[in-house]
Design a protein around this ligand. Structure first.
Ligand code: URA
Length: 434
């Protein structure tokens, strides 16, 4: 078999056999197939798609490219969640300790930023010393001792996805239903959770732009997960505007910390309660979503979730001083609030443009392995549907220098659309599957 023939088959829309998919994934994981050939194949998949059989074979081969964890030696039932990627999406930072605080173990492998969407692992690294590279033994040990662990893509678990993920990030090959489904589900299958809630985003700041595409992605992932005996549900939510107020690694960590202490933006808090609620429902701790959300809201308001978050961050090596005093988290030298240039209702905040501006400010990567700036980003003071008077604070920029400040200010002012008429706040949760 030759790599070039596999690329040509996918380019010509001829399905790969199971043996060819195995050869392809094993070869790329071992390093026999170079990045440039893998990138060409990913682009062929973006353009032509894969059959359901190919997508399942891709997922299973990626899951089996490393260790397959059996968590039952640690806990009888472990839950996990995964987002398809969005802007301002700090959900894991709240949901993981919230669910663990209720006594349901959460074992999770997360990713770094991908394209214009942020990544949990980058956000967690805002804490000095936070360890995201855990061996399998360390992963299991954390889960056993603390009921919670979030690791980065380790060399041991789904290493094929680790390589593809970093490559897709910088080759414009993220937006593909089968590649996203395989990437997410391979990690989920390898890291051994019994139940998985998929946080599927739809809109301008998501990789799926229509509800129909988001549903197709959710259904594909649910089918793959159920096919290997896992309980799976999907929450489809709006990502036309950023989630919450903050976009940027340390800024999002601070917003998550506020939410864990009973505050935080209303849309973000409700989103966390919905995702966590589905997790505890699947885990048998609540009869329905509404009961689950009521139970979980108490844990946000009474300090239990916050205490679990602190325990987790410290256990994975994070700096306790930054937990107690968030001003010690990375911060940008320029912090300036931009006022509304006019009055009216906010009709739109283009989440993709916000995400891309955040990357251009230094908060994400332009190419594989680029360093990122944890302190930079944006905090919005208004959301779609809000009425703002001219001169009121619109957003605050946290920039590393004057040039990026000016660039970000111009791009973000252009990313906001206005209306003279009242605009209804758009619904956030659009559909729940499973
Ligand atoms: N999240 C992932 O883990 N993989 C993708 O491809 C997209 C979002």
């Amino acid at each position: 078999m030759r790599a070039v023939d596999i690329i040509a088959k996918t380019r010509d829309k001829q399905p790969l056999t199971a043996a060819e998919m195995k050869f392809w994934i094993e070869g790329y994981t071992r390093g026999d197939i170079p990045d440039y050939q893998a990138a060409a194949w990913c682009m062929a998949v973006v353009l032509n798609g894969l059959t359901d059989e190919e997508a399942t074979a891709l997922t299973l081969n990626m899951a089996q490219s490393g260790d397959m964890l059996d968590l039952h030696q640690i806990a009888p039932f472990v839950v996990d969640k995964h987002s398809t990627g969005g802007v301002g999406d700090k959900t894991t930072l709240v949901v993981a300790p919230l669910v663990a605080a209720l006594g349901l173990p959460v074992g999770k492998m997360s990713g770094r930023g991908l394209g214009f969407s942020g990544g949990t692992i980058d956000k967690l690294e805002s804490f000095d010393g936070f360890r995201v590279s855990l061996s399998t033994d360390e992963f299991l040990d954390m889960l056993k001792k603390h009921n919670i662990v979030v690791s980065g893509q380790s060399a041991d678990l789904a290493p094929a996805d680790g390589k593809f993920y970093a490559l897709r990030d910088v080759t414009a090959t993220v937006e593909s239903l089968p590649l996203i489904a395989a990437s997410i589900m391979s990690k989920k299958i390898a890291s051994g959770a019994d139940a998985i809630v998929l946080d599927v985003k739809v809109g301008k700041g998501a990789f799926m732009h229509t509800l129909a595409d988001a549903e197709a992605l959710a259904n594909a992932m649910v089918a793959i997960g159920r096919g290997v005996g896992r309980k799976v549900a999907a929450v489809i939510s709006d990502m036309n505007q950023p989630l919450g107020h903050a976009v940027g690694n340390a800024l999002e960590v601070k917003e998550a910390m506020d939410t864990l202490r009973g505050g935080g933006p209303a849309d973000f808090r409700d989103h966390c309660l919905t995702v966590a609620g589905k997790m505890i429902e699947l885990g048998g701790k609540a009869d329905d979503l509404s009961a689950a959300k009521t139970m979980l809201a108490k844990l946000l308001d009474d300090g239990t979730a916050w205490a679990k978050f602190k325990e987790w961050i410290i256990a994975q090596g994070g700096n306790e001083a930054q937990l107690n005093n968030p001003t010690l988290l990375p911060a940008a030298p320029i912090v300036e609030t931009i006022s509304a240039p006019r009055g009216g209702s906010i009709a739109g905040i283009d989440a993709a443009e916000v995400g891309k501006t955040g990357v251009a400010m230094g908060g994400g990567r332009e190419k594989k392995g680029d360093p990122i700036d944890y302190g930079v980003g944006i905090v919005f003071h208004a959301k779609v549907g809000d009425v703002v008077s001219m001169g009121e604070p619109l957003f605050t920029l946290h920039a590393r220098d004057d040039e990026t400040f000016r660039m970000a200010k111009a791009r973000l002012l252009a990313a906001i659309t206005w209306s003279n008429e009242p605009v209804a706040s758009p619904p956030h949760t659009l559909k729940i599957i499973g």
